[in-house]
Design a protein around this ligand. Sequence first.
Ligand code: IPM
Ligand code: MG
Length: 403
Amino acid sequence: MNKNELIEKAKNHLEKLIEEQFSRIEMMKKDAGWVDYKTLKPIIIGVCWGDGIGRIISKHAQRVLEHTLRSEIKAGMVEFRVIEGLTIENRVSHGEAIPRDVLKEIKACHVILKGPTTTPQEGDKWPNIESANVAMRKELDLFANVRPVKIPSEGIDWCFFRENTEGAYVLGSRGIDVNEDLSLDFKVATTQGAERIIRLAFEYAKNNGRKKVTVVTKANVVKTTDGKFSRIAKKIAEEYKSFGITSDEWYIDIMTAKLIDPARRKDFEVLVMPNLYGDILTDEAAQLQGGVGTAGSANIGKKWAMFEAIHGSAPRMVDEGRDIYADPSSMIRAAAMLVRHIGFPERADRLDKALEVCCQFEKKFVITGRDTGATGEEFTTYLLDWARNENLEKEWQKFSGAV
Ligand code: IPM
Ligand code: MG
């Protein structure tokens, strides 16, 4: 192709992307409102086990969930459905990030507990299909990726609000190799998309007695998309001043440094940011809490919500026969978030506290990821024993120094 033909090809590609984003904006403008779980009988929980260690750790989380919601299950108020087809083998055999019939099953549920799924990269043994996570976030319009990180002994109680349907991700599989020398990716920000995630972060602060919302961008360099995010955040922050909530803005590079600065990090409370920065920052935050294997994540939309670990499927652990030693606490955190989301906050608090006692304080069964530590099953039994223990609250207070 000559230069003009290459430019024409790129223009056509971009035109299609812009049209799709315009339709997405129209959809966001229609806004059907939030689902009310109290009106759903039963609430249907779909479980996708995923790949790699997901096949093991999501079953442990399912066990915790079934225990926590046992009376509702018995009363027919909550129903579980296992959805088998979200495996890399099935996805590859259909050549789709989420095969159509699997997506239909997922959409027939109200909330999903999802184990880690393999995300191929060029050069892997799998074809380079789109990530199932990213596809599900887009398909179900799960715009808020909410990731709490808690270190009670340090007074750290962070809640990250990662934008989940735009940024560098939404067109991450739709970039273009214009020719062999020039490759372009696209980063997207919309007014509606930025507003809804930023507003959700401020609402969370308001409803949970938090006093500060930190906005993370690189708006000094990425001037258009991050510039929009920053501008909208400033406007929304004005509205929340009267609730005693302050707001500040940090660039992503210095933010990653401040998170490991013990003198400053406990000052952060609620943080909101575009997609890719949230991906990176939440792995760093999780590492401070004890590793990515300890952190859960809620992907929230107005109609559906999906709960998962923040990490991947760790195929290496499976290859080395270490999958039974994988840490299920990320998926159990996700299960606790699911329990909270569908309307049982006290039970979710108990699970969170039991996790903190088991992972950060008492540590009777420690997961090391190898046979030097406990298996995921032993850990789950230990966790459930604490969740049932009537002294949990008292012991948690004692362990955490009652911060
Ligand atoms: C996460 C993961 C995913 C992401 C991958 C598996 C696509 O890293 O949930 O943070 O990048 O969002
Ligand atoms: Mg990540």
